[in-house]
Ligand binder design. Structure first.
Ligand code: NAX
Ligand code: ADP
Ligand code: K
Length: 493
């Protein structure tokens, strides 16, 4: 799914309006999508306090007020008593509710905390173009302190669609954001996304030709994309059809990391799977994963990485940074040209030695935020981090998977794909090792690298979501996630 900027969304609205639907009817469609969703999901709630701004976001709020009232809910609408200038469509919808005696219309200052009512924020949407004034900040701070369910229409007020906010900005803190047609970039970044709660994208049939023809570097990984990428196994096939994955890692005390990567590669469908690890891991690897083949290297840490033909390497989990291991990694990279997956200590070694130029083109690196910083330096915020990643991915001609709550796949062509599966139950040592195994396996099965990255992060997060459903976010383990990979494939097929 494409992510458009606020100016592109504005254009998209205008083009849609130019093609036969009036702007007031488009607002009606948007408000209907919201009120239908609210009716289904908040049926046990009786009342709603709806805060409306003066633009079209407020207009949505007025229309939602009318529709929810008609559905039988108690409605109070609050408007800015210091500003009675409304956008045209907003004014039409305000006039409509003025005619309904059952809907109370009050000034913001008249709001009294009523714990029973759900708060709807229709103050500002993508039209916000400057910091909020103190009056709005005070209002939002007051609303944020109330313990009741909160819904934002289109965008939590205070957020811009596609850029960072000042760290002290006041933003409405929503439990749900009902947004029209597109994710906004700010929903997907940690500094801004934390205000959105659960995001519900409502289709309001904006012009498809415009959307298809609009250029953007930013995408959300949705199921339509995944279903296009996923290649079901062919019955007339053999193990050679599904490639050779070689997972390289482990050191004394950290054999579990490469064990989890190996198991993940197998569960993702790798035809032949090898582990290169130090001898101290032999017994546990062979007994825990009899399907994998073991190549030893060193006693307690790796001192050589053997080069095999027609294989895809995933290097790093539990690797350690011993002198001999560093030397082995650099030597391997000097002599190997195929795409590889580099994670964890493999990334740290390259950062410390500043030998990033050794990474073969089309390879994948999977840094978490700190590893990214070690590689490429500090950035002010996550928006800047993405820009730096785009620049580095192009410069080095590699794929950078920036791991986070919404992991981003950054391609050498400077496209950014945000992942929306996954949950905080995955914030445990070992989850990243699983991703390395998944990616290595998909590349060895001849998925295009870009597709492997997109599919890999989605699959990893989806398996994490299924694990959380069964075991809870607290109790789920990375190994539970590995055991759920199969259910994700079943879901897809
Ligand atoms: N026909 C359309 O264009 C549609 C628009 N929709 C709604 O319209 C919203 C966008 O509406 P608008 O473009 O009117 O913008 P908003 O309603 O988000 O903002 C209203 C106006 O407030 C002013 N403003 C900006 N920052 C401010 C600040 N800090 N303090 C005070 N005033 C400020 C701006 O002049 C802006 O135009 C969307 O988010 C969505 O909710 C939907 O109804 C779908 C259809
Ligand atoms: N809060 C979260 N929400 C979604 N995914 C998460 C969250 N925390 C961690 N993850 C995922 O778990 C993985 C953790 O990787 P990493 O930090 O490298 O862990 P490890 O040290 O186990 O290798 C990443 O893929 C990351 O996206
Ligand atoms: K809003």
């Amino acid at each position: 799914m494409k992510i458009l900027s606020s100016s592109q969304i504005k254009q998209c609205d205008s083009v849609t309006i130019g093609k036969g639907i009036s702007s007031i009817d488009l607002m009606e469609r948007a408000a209907k999508a919201c009120s239908d969703w609210i009716e289904i999901n908040f049926k046990i709630n009786k009342g709603f306090s709806i805060f409306c701004g003066n633009g079209n976001n407020g207009g949505d709020g007025f229309a939602i007020a009318r529709m929810l009232y008609e559905k039988g809910f108690d409605i109070d609408v609050f408007i800015d008593e210091n500003n009675f200038k409304f956008s045209d469509d907003s004014k039409i919808n305000l006039d409509r509710i003025k005619k309904i005696s059952g809907i109370g219309i009050k000034g913001f200052s008249e709001f009294e905390n009523n714990r029973e009512s759900v708060i709807i924020d229709a103050l500002f949407g993508y039209g916000l173009n400057r910091e909020l004034s103190d009056d709005f900040n005070d209002l939002i701070e007051k609303l944020n302190e109330i313990h009741t369910s909160k819904i934002s229409i289109d965008i939590p007020t205070g957020l811009f669609a596609d850029r960072i906010i000042d760290e002290h900005s006041t933003v409405f803190k929503a439990d749900f954001t009902l947004t029209f047609q597109f994710y906004k970039r700010s929903f997907l970044h940690p500094e801004t996304g934390r205000f959105c709660g659960k995001i519900i994208v409502l289709n309001i049939d904006l012009d498809e030709d415009f959307i298809n023809g609009t250029k953007t570097d930013y995408f959300v990984i949705d199921e339509t994309l995944i279903k296009n990428i996923y290649k079901p196994r062919k019955e007339f096939s053999h193990k050679g059809t599904y490639g050779k994955s070689i997972l390289v890692g482990g050191s004394y005390g950290k054999i579990g990391a490469v064990l989890m990567s190996t198991l993940s590669a197998l569960r993702t469908g790798s035809g032949l799977t090898f582990t290169i690890a130090p001898k101290c891991g032999n017994t546990v690897l062979q007994s825990q994963i009899p399907e994998a083949m073991f190549i030893d290297s060193g006693e307690n840490h790796i001192n050589k990485i053997e080069i095999q033909e027609k294989a895809v390497y995933g290097i790093g989990p539990g690797l350690g940074k011993e002198k001999e291991t560093r030397k082995a990694l650099l030597e391997f990279l000097e002599n190997y040209t195929g795409p590889i997956v580099l994670d964890a200590d493999a990334i740290n070694i390259l950062a410390e030695t500043q030998r990033l130029n050794l990474i073969p083109e089309n390879s994948v690196i999977t840094p978490h935020p700190l590893e990214f910083e070690r590689l490429f330096g500090k950035t002010e915020n996550s928006f800047e981090k993405i820009e730096l990643a785009k620049q580095k991915a192009e410069e080095l001609q590699i794929f950078i998977i920036l791991k986070d709550h919404h992991t981003a796949v950054v391609t050498p062509g400077k496209k950014v794909f945000y992942n929306i599966t996954g949950n905080s139950g995955m914030a445990k040592g070992g989850s990243g090792d699983v991703l390395t195994g998944i990616l290595t396996s998909l590349i060895s099965q001849r998925y295009e690298i870009e597709e492997a990255c997109i599919f890999g992060v989605w699959l990893h997060g989806k398996a994490g979501d299924l694990a959380a459903e069964e075991f809870s976010k607290e109790a789920m383990l990375p190994t539970d996630l590995i055991n759920k990979i199969g259910d994700v494939f079943k879901y897809l097929s």
